[in-house]
Write a protein that binds this ligand. Structure first.
Ligand code: SAM
Length: 337
């Protein structure tokens, strides 16, 4: 028989077929977000033509975008030719929603060229793609703003609360959040520990965005900021805790230097907190850190633990974050000697 209709091979072939469609689905959600289709349906049910008119879009394409969005459970028909958002979309796709993911989707769009150029990169002819964290002087570029606020979206989607569950800052008074981006984790830790004051240390372009977030979340006075460059500046003195979150992405990230500076900044007995995408020892997963490693870089968990110990820290403890694939929190203590 030439054509089969069942069996393991048929199931595997269909799984791969479905997998090959997932990037198209992701792209539809990204573009629906960045073109304002979700916002266009935010207040009330509307037709594709109404959304298109308000947002300056092509009505026929908006209509066609709505079908896969409905298949993904993000919009639904609301009678006649009208559509409305589902509760899932209203909670995640509208600016100001508690778990808004629009910045994360916009950032996904910014890094799209890397994934289109992947074949060129694998063939050794990398295209002109540049990582968005390579910030430029002057006002924050749109891509940089998307990138920094994408970090905030991820923190709001459970990660910040879970980080706060996994560290004990009882009795600690000061925290330095190095490369703290929008300041989300510093804010979460200060919210959890009323006696704690935090400082977000980051490049000036990012600090502008962190200040906006801190003010919006009414944490001015508890969370301060300092503009600095981890390549040039020290991380403070006699600090009770240092957070290095998502800034040690593999061998080219200067991880050893950051750990040494964190150790110097901490008071004896001070706590180091590391949070990052980490692969398994064999680097066979989880999938998201393994994908992240292709584009940016990621350590395996043992590689990260080894570096932390080599920088002079003791009592290294790993606290996986099971709900957030591939993210782990590691704590360690600077020995009192
Ligand atoms: C991936 S983000 C992590 C943000 C935040 N820690 C988090 O976990 O959401 C990396 C951060 O490092 C900052 N950064 C990049 N180069 C830096 C440098 N030379 N000195 C200080 N911060 C830097 C970026 O501005 C950005 O905020």
């Amino acid at each position: 028989m030439i054509f089969r209709k069942s069996g393991r091979e048929v199931r595997w072939a269909n799984e791969l077929g479905e997998l090959s469609w997932t990037y198209r689905a992701g792209r539809v959600v990204q573009v629906a977000s960045t073109t304002g289709i979700f916002e266009g349906l935010g207040r009330r049910a509307a037709t594709a033509a109404e959304v298109a008119r308000h947002r300056g879009l092509d009505a026929a394409m908006v209509e066609k975008m709505l079908y896969p969005l409905a298949a993904m459970g993000l919009v639904r028909r609301a009678g006649g030719r009208r559509w409305r958002l589902t509760r899932k979309a209203a909670a995640t796709m509208l600016p100001g929603a508690p778990c808004y993911q629009g910045n994360m989707l916009a950032h996904g769009g910014q890094v799209w060229p890397f994934w289109s150029d992947l074949e060129e990169a694998v063939r050794g002819r990398r295209g002109g793609w540049r990582h968005t964290s390579e910030v430029e002087p002057g006002p924050p570029a749109r891509s940089h703003r998307d990138f920094i606020l994408a970090m905030h979206d991820m923190a709001m989607a459970g990660r910040a609360a879970e980080l706060a569950d996994r560290v004990d800052l009882g009795g600690r008074r000061t925290l330095m959040d190095i490369g703290g981006g929008p300041g989300s984790y510093a804010i979460a830790l200060c919210e959890r520990y009323p006696g704690l004051a935090a400082t977000v240390f980051d490049l000036p372009e990012t600090i502008k965005i962190a200040r906006e977030v801190i003010a919006r979340l009414r944490m001015v006075g508890r969370v301060g900021t300092v503009a600095g460059d981890w390549d040039k500046d020290e991380f403070g003195e006699n600090v009770d805790a240092v957070l290095l979150s998502n800034i040690m992405h593999g061998p080219t990230s200067g991880a050893e230097m950051k750990l040494r500076k964190a150790c110097r900044a901490l008071a004896p007995g001070g706590l180091l907190i590391v949070q990052d995408f980490l692969m398994s020892a064999a680097k066979t997963g989880p999938l998201i850190p393994a994908l992240f490693n292709l584009m940016v870089g990621a350590f395996s968990l043992p590689e990260m633990v080894e570096r932390i110990a080599a920088a002079g820290f003791a009592r290294v403890r790993v606290r996986p974050m099971p709900r957030h694939v591939g993210t782990a929190v590691i704590t360690a203590v600077k020995e009192s000697t």
